[in-house]
Write a protein that binds this ligand. Sequence first.
Ligand code: HEC
Length: 176
Amino acid sequence: MANFNTVAGCVLASALFAMVVGKVSNAVVHPQKLDKPALAVVDEAPTTQTASAAPVELPPIGPKLAGANVEAGKALFMKQCFTCHTTDKGGANKVGPNLWDIVGRKKASHAGFGYSSAMSAKGGDWSYEDIDHLVFKPTAYVRGTKMAFVGLAKEQERADVIAYLRTMAETPKPLP
Ligand code: HEC
């Protein structure tokens, strides 16, 4: 009997030991396992890493504008932006400011609209590229903006919308 207990104890002890070793080595090995896929994702798609506050690297939208579809951009604007923005001359400010002649317009400068302090602090004029970054992800481009819009991930859609916005001006700015 005593013999059996000793043997059983030994078996139990080794089983426990194996478990502990297993857990410990898991804890040691696991972080290394996580590192690899994380790096692989970054390598494959650097432009989709939008979680950080740093401005996202977007390929320039300028070259895409000449071939963009103004009509598609208008339709998209009516669906995605018009709830908050008008684009006609002298149009009303809604949740967001009127966007008549927005290309080249000074940021946060439309009369009668109460901009966020974040937008007011941004500075400069709305270039095609700046509009592209805003529309891609407003909260990433202007941290603290009150433009509560998720963003347009598709480059073609942004090109179309920007090409449409460009036409909403007395004299559309030259294409880059
Ligand atoms: C839910 C409402 C909402 C939607 C939808 C929305 N916006 Fe805005 N937008 C705003 C607000 C509010 C501001 C002002 C932001 C601030 O002051 O921080 C703004 C600001 C802007 C500005 C800068 C204007 C200026 O005078 O400096 C541009 C350009 C713009 N939006 C374009 C768009 C486009 C293009 C879309 C659609 C793809 C869109 N917005 C969708 C609410 C919206």
